[in-house]
Design a protein around this ligand. Structure first.
Ligand code: 4AD
Length: 467
């Protein structure tokens, strides 16, 4: 085969070399009958290809005409020689040009695309500036983007978002493996609800009623009963809630962990502390290009976090809110607005946008949550926040079948529907706890994006099943 060069690898060191590249024709600019420019893009990189008709180079005017007839986004192969431009190139990522010798169209795109990628890649500030200058630009709406996601995903910021998502997932695995966690896969076709409540997608399983797992919760606990001291899972989570908000999906990627607890459920919080500080550091140090790319379209301040993650009790949290004029029902839960406000207050007082809030009232937590030993009105549970929005919930779990049956019943769950789960705790089960993270939320909030649909490749929300 021939030797291909990646567009992102084209730099000064390649000057005067003959190369073969493939990319999407992002821009096509005719200059004259004898000259044209074609900008080729490959993932996050772009390079300017120059066509000049000349007998020496074997480039005909027909070839120049052919290049200018290409439709945008067509897939194009170019053979050419790398050259250094006279002036820095503003419109491309690569600071070299290709003097084209041959150009082939591999697959044509339709002449008019439903999304103009230039418009889809602009920041709000650019739109405003253009409008003030009297230019009429088209803002690409969220629905249009999602309807034509295969085009929308090509914007530099989307390319960056999903690279960052991959890094978060990878670091999650890497860190937990280093702490002796074992990766598992629990079933997604299950008999009943895992989190309690009615938010389940129902289906038929060989004539039996079944549903899609709302979380790996019950099975990751049973894996602990099964003798694995520490487990984690990365997998899909299904929620049939009709929540049309900026942060709810009907299917998301759950990063889950469960572990034996030796003395205190803060052992779980310590894992979260180490894990997330490692993730944030990794992103800031190793994903600079991606973060800058997102910043260009959606400007944001880097996340403020502490080397040792701040922990506050739920009571301290509602006290801070009270002092700032927001009354919270002491045994209730925080609504979205209160969480945001608490996030701002904590940032002002402690200088961090990442913290753990623990010891929630038992009544607002799922049935499997361990009540506090000193006061069973509270629970050994916690939520974790980035920029005032929840990314994790976790807790110590009940590990005795008697208390589990009692709590399930009190929470309106028929214990017979989860009998095999409850039974698992009667064969000898260690104290344990764990947590669940929403991957899309982590990426959304780390980058301060305003909608979870931006961090889901093909989002599933109550209105959307296609594409
Ligand atoms: O708070 P949740 O529902 O907790 C559980 O599933 C527990 N089994 C976790 C545990 O181990 N105790 O979900 C965990 C996380 C949330 O903090 C949030 O980040 C994310 O999953 N999440 C969602 N993300 C997108 N869309 C939704 N509808 C989500 N619901 C929860």
């Amino acid at each position: 085969g021939r030797v291909w060069t990646g567009v992102g690898d084209l730099d000064e060191a390649a000057a005067a070399r003959s190369v073969l590249i493939r990319g999407a024709a992002q821009a096509i600019r005719p200059v004259s009958k004898k000259m044209a420019f074609v900008v080729l893009r490959e993932s996050m990189s772009t390079v300017q290809c120059v066509l000049v008709a000349s007998a020496d180079a074997g480039v005909s005017t027909q070839m120049v005409r052919f290049a200018t007839s290409l439709s945008k986004e067509s897939i194009v192969d170019v053979e050419g020689v790398v050259s250094l431009p006279k002036e820095p190139l503003k419109a491309t990522t690569q600071q070299v040009e290709i003097q084209v010798r041959k150009i082939y169209c591999i697959n044509r795109a339709i002449p008019t695309l439903p999304i103009n990628l230039e418009d889809a890649s602009r920041s709000e500030a650019e739109f405003e500036k253009a409008e003030q200058a009297g230019e009429k630009l088209v803002r690409v709406g969220q629905d249009t983007r999602l309807n034509y996601r295969a085009i929308d995903l090509r914007t530099p910021s989307n390319q960056a978002v999903f690279r960052i998502q991959c890094q978060v997932e990878n670091k999650f695995r890497e860190f937990l493996l280093s702490k002796n966690f074992v990766g598992i896969h629990s079933p997604k076709l299950i008999a009943g609800s895992s989190e309690g409540g009615a938010a389940v997608f129902k289906l038929q399983y060989n004539g039996q009623p079944a549903c899609l797992a709302q979380s790996p919760q019950l099975y990751k606990q049973m894996a602990i009963c099964g003798g694995f001291e520490r487990v984690f899972e990365v997998g899909p989570v299904f929620r049939a809630e009709n929540s049309n908000t900026h942060r709810h999906l009907c299917e998301f990627v759950g990063l889950d962990a469960e572990m034996e607890i030796k003395e205190h459920y803060f052992e779980v919080c310590d894992i979260i502390d180490g894990l997330f500080v490692a993730i944030f550091k990794h992103l800031n140090e190793n994903c600079k290009k991606e973060l800058e790319t997102i910043n260009r379209q959606y400007p944001f301040e880097p996340l403020k976090y502490l080397e040792k993650t701040l922990k506050l009790t739920y009571e301290e949290g509602i006290q801070m809110l009270k002092e700032a004029g927001t009354e919270i029902e002491p045994m209730g839960d925080l609504n979205t607005e209160a969480e945001k406000k608490l996030g701002r207050l904590v940032k002002e007082k402690y200088g961090t946008e990442f913290f753990i809030l623990y010891r929630y009232p038992l009544g607002v937590r799922p049935f499997y949550t361990m009540p506090c030993y000193d006061n069973p009105a509270y629970s050994n549970s916690f939520d974790v926040f980035i920029r005032g929005e929840e990314i994790i919930s976790g807790a110590q779990r009940i590990h005795t079948p008697e208390l589990l049956t009692k709590r399930a019943t009190e929470c309106g769950i028929d214990a017979s529907t989860i009998a095999s789960y409850i039974e698992s705790f009667s064969y000898g089960a260690p104290p344990h706890g764990g947590f669940g993270v929403g991957l899309e939320r982590v990426v959304m909030l780390f980058c301060a994006l305003n909608n979870i649909r931006k961090t889901s490749l093909f989002p599933r929300d109550p209105q959307r099943l296609v594409p």
